[in-house]
Ligand binder design. Structure first.
Ligand code: AMP
Length: 328
């Protein structure tokens, strides 16, 4: 397994393998890997000759405080990568990825609208940084001003910008992303279609991967370590209520409004036992357009974001077919 920290070396590594007719998969992550990531890596490995894992905590998709606090454990990541037979780890520094950023603080300031306005429908690129030489992708309103994006639209600009850079550095045939982050997945699929028409380059296939859950049903995540056992139990109850919603929506036609009202009363009846529970949002959306649907049907997504004692969690659940078939 090779560990590579420079973009040019990464490109040379991939080009050599492509010239030898090997297929290449990219699995982009922020590190602090768990079994959800391992599933992405295993799926990538079983369908490609080579797998690149990228580990990069991308400053432009975080507020400074979150960026500093993001858990990092390179040794544990290395171990997991080895056990998944990863061929190369791409682990660039911030300086390597953003050489035209005058400072780290400048990167965080990008989030506060130092750039042009976003288009309602189309992806656009703002040229920012020293000599205006850093391409900063702006995700259109139609995809970003929905679900979590309404709270922090700049987050998805940061994700789109870095994923495009990771594509350029690793030159993959396929890139693997989890259905757990459904808005991110829809945005990246749409960006990828746009990039392909722009550049006429070798198209990259984006492969969505099902959610992996812990035995109690919560989607595996490094954030779960923040919960006390009592908070975790409450999170499980909410997740079960959302699963129940998906089962009801699957079994017979309902109006979304009625389903969401049933969910609200299930939450009211939950015993939060002195914990502070806030449902930030719950929506039933189309997975491609991210628009709320009135009549939920198989393939639609229930997405909820909630806070337990200030710890923010999210839950994504696809409506039918049955849980065992698609793993969601
Ligand atoms: P992250 O490091 O959190 O950015 O995640 C990297 C990739 O792993 C993203 O495409 C996520 O959607 C995916 N992922 C994270 N957790 C899970 C999970 N529990 N099941 C499946 N995919 C996941």
């Amino acid at each position: 397994m090779q560990i590579i920290d420079s973009i040019s070396e990464m490109q040379a590594w991939s080009t050599n393998r492509r010239n030898a007719n090997q297929s290449i998969a990219l699995v982009p992550t922020l590190g602090c890997l768990h079994k959800g990531h391992a599933h992405l890596l295993d799926t990538a490995k079983s369908n490609n000759d080579r797998v690149i894992l990228s580990l990069f905590v991308n400053p432009i998709q975080f507020r400074r405080k979150q960026y500093d606090a993001y858990p990092r454990d390179f040794d544990a990541d290395l171990k997991l990568a080895k056990s998944c037979n990863v061929d190369a780890i791409f682990v660039p520094s911030v300086q390597e990825m953003y050489p035209h950023a005058p400072s780290l603080d400048w990167l965080f300031a990008l989030q506060d609208g130092h750039t042009g306005s976003r288009d309602p429908n189309k992806f656009t690129i703002d040229q920012v940084g020293t000599n205006a030489s850093m391409p900063y992708i702006r995700v259109p309103d139609r995809l970003v001003m929905r679900m979590d994006g309404k709270l922090h639209p700049w987050h998805f600009d940061g994700v789109a910008t870095v994923v495009r850079m990771l594509f350029d550095a690793t030159i993959p045939d396929r890139a693997y992303f989890g259905e757990k982050d459904i808005q991110q997945l829809a945005i990246l699929e749409s960006m990828n279609r746009w990039l392909t028409t722009q550049t006429q380059a070798n198209p990259i296939q984006i492969i969505p991967t099902p959610i992996i859950r812990d035995p109690d049903g919560l989607a595996s995540s490094s954030r779960l370590t923040l919960l006390s056992p009592q908070q975790r139990n409450l999170a499980v109850e909410i997740t079960n209520a959302i699963e129940q919603l998906a089962i009801t929506a699957q079994s017979s036609p309902h109006h979304a409004r009625n389903l969401l009202a049933d969910f609200a009363s299930a939450i009211d009846q939950m015993n939060s036992d002195g914990m502070n529970l806030e449902i930030d949002s719950i929506e039933i959306v189309d997975p491609v357009t991210l628009e709320p649907v009135e009549h939920p049907a198989p393939g639609h997504i229930i997405y909820a974001a909630f806070l337990i004692d200030g710890i923010r969690l999210a839950e994504t659940r696809k409506i039918g077919p049955s849980k065992n078939e698609n793993g969601l």
